[in-house]
Design a protein around this ligand. Structure first.
Ligand code: 13P
Length: 247
C-alpha cells in the first residue's frame, strides 16, 4: 500500500465558522507526510464552502451520505451528483449511525455505493459488528455478510475504500485489541481479494472507532490497516493532525 488515508467524519457537527478548523488543518498539512492523504467530511451544509477553501491544498472534502437516485421527489435528501457538484471527492455510505437511525440495509448501502460511482466519486463503505454480535463470537461473520451485501461488483482500489468500525467502539473511548483489529482486517482483505482479485489487495481498509492521537500509531501499525476514519477527534485540527502524523 503506497498511501494512508486519514478521514474525518464530522457527523452532525459544524457551523459556517468551523471553516477556521479546516484552515488550521490546511496550515498543518505540510507537517504531515506526503504519503498520508487527508479527507474531511463535514455536514452537507458545509461541503461547498469547505471544498472551495480546500482546493489544491492537499486536503480533500467528502460527504457523509447520499441518496441512491440522481434527483427527484426525495425531500431533504441529496444525491451523489450534488456532492460532486459541490467539489466533494468521497462519500461515506452505510455508516452504522445511518444503518441504525435510518434503517439502511445492505441493499440500500449497495445502491448508494453505485450512486457514488455513477457520480464519479470514491465510496467509503462502512461495516462493523455490535457488541452483542462480538460477544456471541459472530463479529467476522457479521462483517463478511455486510461486505457481501453492501459492495457491488466492479469495486477497484480507485473507487472504493472500506471502513471497519465496530459499533461498540464508536464514541465510547473503547477500542478492540490489536489482535482483534488484525484478524478482522485480515478477514476483510480475504473477502476483497476473493471478490475483486488484484484490486481487492489494493483497496484501502480503514479502522474507525475512538481513534485518538494517543492510540493512532498503534492502530495504524496493524497489518491491513490502511488508514483511519476518525469521528470526535477530527473536529479539532490539532488532534486530527496529530493522528495524521502517526499515519
Ligand atoms: P469516534 O472517532 O468519535 O469514535 O467516531 C468514529 C466514527 O464513527 C467515524 O465514522
Amino acid at each position: 500500500m503506497t498511501s494512508t488515508l486519514i478521514a474525518g467524519n464530522w457527523k452532525m457537527n459544524g457551523l459556517a465558522r468551523s471553516i477556521g478548523e479546516l484552515e488550521a488543518m490546511i496550515a498543518g498539512r505540510s507537517e504531515v507526510p506526503d504519503t498520508v492523504d487527508l479527507l474531511i467530511c463535514p455536514p452537507a451544509t458545509l461541503v461547498a464552502a469547505f471544498a472551495l477553501r480546500a482546493q489544491n491544498t492537499g486536503v480533500s472534502i467528502g460527504g457523509q451520505d447520499c441518496h441512491a437516485a440522481v434527483s427527484g421527489a426525495h425531500t431533504g435528501d441529496i444525491s451523489a451528483e450534488m456532492l460532486a457538484d459541490c467539489g466533494a471527492s468521497h462519500v461515506i455510505v452505510g455508516h452504522s449511525e445511518r444503518r441504525a437511525d435510518h434503517g439502511e440495509t445492505d441493499a440500500v448501502v449497495r445502491a448508494k455505493v453505485e450512486a457514488v460511482w455513477r457520480a464519479g466519486l470514491v465510496a467509503i463503505a462502512c461495516v462493523g459488528e455490535t457488541e452483542a454480535e462480538r460477544d456471541a463470537g459472530r463479529a467476522v461473520e457479521v462483517v463478511e455478510r455486510q461486505l457481501d451485501g453492501s459492495l457491488p461488483e466492479r469495486a477497484t482500489a480507485a473507487n472504493l475504500v472500506v471502513a471497519y468500525e465496530p459499533v461498540w467502539a464508536i464514541g465510547t473511548g473503547r477500542t478492540p485489541t490489536v489482535e482483534d483489529v488484525a484478524s478482522m482486517h485480515a478477514a476483510i482483505r480475504l473477502v476483497l481479494e476473493k471478490r475483486f482479485g488484484d484490486d481487492g489487495g489494493a483497496i484501502k481498509i480503514l479502522y474507525g472507532g475512538s481513534v485518538k492521537p494517543d492510540n493512532a500509531a498503534t492502530l495504524l501499525g496493524v497489518d491491513h490497516v490502511n488508514g483511519a476514519l476518525v469521528g470526535g477527534a477530527s473536529l479539532k485540527a490539532s488532534d486530527f493532525l496529530a493522528i495524521a502524523k502517526a499515519g
